[in-house]
Design a protein. Structure first.
Length: 136
C-alpha cells in the first residue's frame, strides 16, 4: 500500500510494509482482493492509528454501539430521545420527526401525478405501502 502526500512522490507510509511487496495487479478487479488481504493484516484501530500518524485524512466506520459512545457525538449532543422532542435541551432543534414508513406515500405519488384511484390500484397490487400508524 502506498500513500502519497503532497510534496512527496515516494511512499510516505513505509510502516505499512507492503509498498514494494504488492503483487502486480493482473486485472483491475484484482486490486480490491489484494488490498483486502493487506487490510486484514491489522485491525481497524491499528490501521487508524498507523494512518493518522501519517497525516492521512481518515475516520473510523463505527458499529451502531460505537456511534453512541463516541466522545464527539456525546459532546455535540447529537443523539436525542425523539419520543418527546420538547423534553431535551440541546443547541439545535427538532423541527419535525422523520416520517413513519409509508406516511408520505400518497403525498409523493400525487406530486408525481397519480390520482386517488391509481394510488388505490397500486396499493392493491402491493406496489405502494399504506402508512403504519402508532409505530413508536
Amino acid at each position: 500500500m502506498r500513500i502519497l502526500k503532497e510534496k512527496k512522490e515516494e511512499s510516505s507510509c513505509p510502516q505499512v510494509d507492503h509498498g514494494d511487496d504488492l503483487p502486480p495487479a493482473r486485472k483491475l478487479q484484482e486490486i480490491p482482493e489484494d488490498l483486502q488481504k493487506i487490510f486484514l493484516t491489522k485491525t481497524r484501530d491499528e490501521w487508524f492509528d498507523l494512518l493518522i500518524r501519517q497525516d492521512v485524512p481518515i475516520g473510523k466506520v463505527y458499529s451502531i454501539d460505537e456511534v453512541f459512545e463516541d466522545p464527539q457525538i456525546k459532546a455535540r449532543q447529537m443523539v436525542i430521545d425523539v419520543r418527546d422532542p420538547k423534553r431535551f435541551d440541546m443547541p439545535g432543534t427538532v423541527r419535525r420527526l422523520a416520517p413513519l414508513y409509508g406516511e408520505q406515500t400518497d403525498e409523493i405519488l400525487k406530486a408525481f401525478g397519480c390520482g386517488g384511484e391509481e394510488i388505490k390500484k397500486l396499493r392493491k397490487k402491493g406496489s405502494s405501502v399504506s402508512p403504519i400508524r402508532n409505530a413508536i
